[in-house]
Structure formats: C-alpha cells, structure tokens
Ligand binder design. Structure first.
Ligand SMILES: [Zn+2]
Ligand SMILES: [Zn+2]
Length: 168
C-alpha cells in the first residue's frame, strides 16, 4: 500500500500539492480542484478534536476528494452544542483525514494531512472568541468571533459551485 502510493506520486511526475493521507500510508487522497474555501477554526470542538490550538479545514465537494487508497471510516464525535460531527479516520492508524458537518456533499479536509500543508492559507479565521492567546492572527485575513458570513466572503466561483451541488 505504502509503496504503491509512492509509485503513483512518482509516476505522475511530481508530488501534487493537493495529495494527502494518513500517517501509516494506508489512506491516500487527491483533491481534484482547489477547495471552495479554507477555514482556520479556533472553536473548542476543533481544539479538543485535534489536541491543538486550531484546525485547518479545506471545504470541498465530496466528489472532488478522490480516494487513491484506503477506506476512511466514519466516527461520530459529540460536539458541545449537542450535535455530532462525523470524522473519517484511517482504519489502521486512526488519523483523521476529513470530516463532515451535516451535509455529506461537502467535506472538510484536514489541512495538516496534505503532503504539503504550506500549500494552503486560511481564507478566514472563525471562532476567535476561543482562540488561544499566544496565536496572533494576520491583519490581512478576515477573522470572526463566532462564525463567518459565507456569502460576503466566498468568491463568486465557489458560491456557484456550492449552488450546483445543493440544487442538484
Ligand atoms: Zn493510516
Ligand atoms: Zn471548529
């Protein structure tokens, strides 16, 4: 499994900035386009789930997350508001590769699982009310105490893509 995923990457000429996977190599995925939008979420749910200060989520249509190898398994994780967040994990090493909030048409791909996590930059910081004090946000990126006004921030092309999946 590990060797074959390496071979795929070599034969394609270069490591794609949009490929990623789990720690053990069993799960490999490829994003077939740019994401719709990139969240950096500082909410307490994300902090707890990652064991870190925030999460980087690439929002993208589920059918644009191509599984190259492996079969991530869904785990429903409780959130503070009483809802559940479905997190997909490698069945072997249990690393979380993407999650889903409600609608299955959109995946939230975890930026840290990309082969090159530096390939993405957050479009917005959300839930900054629970941001840890030692993280300083860049002035140039919009930030919101609780949630972002998606319609105001998303590029027109991303809104059109979202309409396309929800209208179909
Ligand atoms: Zn794994
Ligand atoms: Zn969050």
């Amino acid at each position: 499994m590990w060797a074959s995923s390496i071979d795929t990457r070599v034969s394609s000429g270069a490591v794609s900035v949009r490929d990623g996977g789990c720690a053990c190599g069993e799960v490999r995925y490829r994003l077939t386009s740019d994401p719709l939008f990139v969240h950096c979420c500082h909410c307490l749910n994300c902090q707890r789930q990652t064991g870190s200060a925030f999460v980087i989520n690439l929002l993208i249509e589920s059918d644009r997350v191509e599984l190259l190898a492996g079969d991530p398994q869904p785990v429903d994780v409780p959130r503070d508001d009483g809802s559940a967040q479905r997190i997909f994990r490698c069945p072997t090493c249990q690393v979380a590769v993407f999650s889903q909030y409600g609608r299955p048409e959109v995946r939230f791909v975890r930026g840290g699982t990309l082969d090159d996590p530096t390939a993405v930059t957050p479009d917005v910081h959300i839930f900054t009310r629970s941001k840890v004090n030692w993280v300083t946000l860049p002035e140039s990126t919009p930030a919101f105490e609780v949630y972002q006004d998606a319609k105001a921030l998303w590029p027109a092309a991303s809104l059109e893509r979202l309409d396309a999946i929800f209208d179909s």
